[in-house]
Design a protein around this ligand. Structure first.
Ligand SMILES: C[S@@+](CC[C@H](N)C(=O)[O-])C[C@H]1O[C@@H](n2cnc3c(N)ncnc32)[C@H](O)[C@@H]1O
Length: 378
């Protein structure tokens, strides 16, 4: 197994190898979206930017380039050779740039991502980056971006999105609660863009939410939502008069949801620890959309048992997520989307749940090639 820990600065005579890596990385795009590079450009980048690389023998497997301008860290390039993608090289390089500049007191990191690369967008989102569109409705961030453009000339193009991340946080890598805090303000917009591109993971997102909503609307009662996020779904039930309890570990998600549902009982809690002891009710509906996949399969089993204990007689658990009827369907989707697939997430498979809990009734409704709704009852 190759050790990707060794990162070194690029020298002038690396330009050809950087170009070679860039062209290899480019093979995942159509030529009209991004053409292959030219040597002179890469010679120039080594002169003007900080460039660091990971190599094996003489071959550059991946590299990052960045500039520090004013209070901004501008990541001008991050490329991984096609055959070495999805093994953590991009993550190492990104951490290296962010951690390596953390002593400089920078406030924001910016980078650009091609619009046709949803896998790259989701990689950066997992690292706490947020899409900044020109019509951003966050005035503070909008102003920050304008200032950054004025100061640096680092603008987005019609082919690319600009993404930013606030710096000076201890946690830069895992999508822990801080990652979700950073994602919260851009979340609704991001899922919309993800859904419009009709690709994993958000293909069918709105259908999934509408279906969960439709099922719950079949019977009045009280609702527990696990990982309610910005409350896109929960808010609809709240507005219809359902009594809502929700659990989410992100403070910012919670603030946004609280504005939409002031009377809801929203609890900040990490569900990898099970359910909070203060839950004193039982529920007609326990719902969760696009959150359960953050648990490993080993963590899911005790939580599902616990959830079942909180259901009123006749109640149901309804999960909407990246989900499949069978392992076979999961494998098909993974093969189709191998470049996008997030190996850190563990998705629901109806047949597997039936196998683990043979006494439960598990119904699966397919929403898109990679999403579905599971209705689980005793
Ligand atoms: C992708 S968002 C889904 C939000 C919303 N349910 C939806 O369908 O749009 C996942 C949510 O789960 C929350 N979450 C992830 N892991 C969690 C954990 N271990 N404990 C509590 N909340 C968690 C995140 O903070 C985030 O709000």
């Amino acid at each position: 197994m190759q050790n990707y820990d060794y990162i070194r600065p690029a020298r002038g005579d690396d330009a050809g190898r950087l170009l070679d890596c860039y062209n290899s990385a480019n093979q995942v795009h159509k030529p009209e979206v991004r053409a292959d590079g030219e040597l002179e450009t890469f010679k120039q980048i080594v002169k003007t930017d900080h460039v660091f690389l990971i190599e094996d023998q003489e071959i550059v497997l991946g590299w990052i380039s960045y500039k520090v301008l004013s209070v901004y860290l501008l990541v001008t390039g991050l490329y991984v050779r096609k055959e070495n993608q999805r093994v953590g090289i991009a993550q190492r390089l990104l951490n290296f740039a962010i951690d390596g500049t953390s002593g400089l007191g920078l406030s924001l990191c910016f980078l650009k991502v091609l619009k046709n690369a949803p896998w790259a967008i989701s990689f950066y989102q997992k690292n706490g980056f947020v899409l900044l569109e020109s019509d951003s409705d966050d005035p503070v961030m909008q102003r920050e971006a304008e200032l950054m453009v004025e100061r640096t000339g680092f603008t987005k193009s019609k082919w690319s999105y600009l993404l930013y991340k606030k710096l000076k946080l201890e946690e830069t890598t895992l999508l822990g609660h801080r990652g979700f805090d950073l994602w919260a303000d851009g979340y609704d917009k991001d899922v919309r863009i993800g859904e419009e591109s009709d690709t994993y993971p958000f293909a069918g997102y709105q259908r999934v939410l509408n279906t969960v909503y439709g099922i719950v609307r079949g019977r009045v009662g009280n609702v527990l939502d696990i990982g309610f996020g910005t409350g896109i779904l929960t808010r609809r039930l709240y507005d219809d008069g359902y009594v809502i309890t929700g659990i989410d570990f992100s403070k910012r998600m919670m603030e946004i949801a609280k504005e939409k549902m002031p009377q809801a009982n929203l609890i900040q809690w990490d569900f990898t620890k099970g359910l909070p002891k203060i839950l004193d009710a039982s529920f007609d509906w326990i719902i969760s959309t696009y959150a359960i996949h953050h648990l490993t399969d080993d963590q899911k089993k005790p939580l599902f048992l616990e959830l079942m204990g909180y259901l009123k007689p006749g109640g149901a658990i309804v999960f909407g997520d990246v989900a499949f009827q069978s392992l076979r369907e999961l494998e098909d989707a993974r093969t189709k989307d191998h470049e996008l697939w997030d190996e850190a997430e563990e998705y629901l498979v109806a047949d597997e749940i039936k196998g683990i809990f043979p006494d439960w009734q598990v119904d699966f409704l397919k929403m898109s090639y990679c999403s579905g709704v599971l209705v689980i009852k005793k």
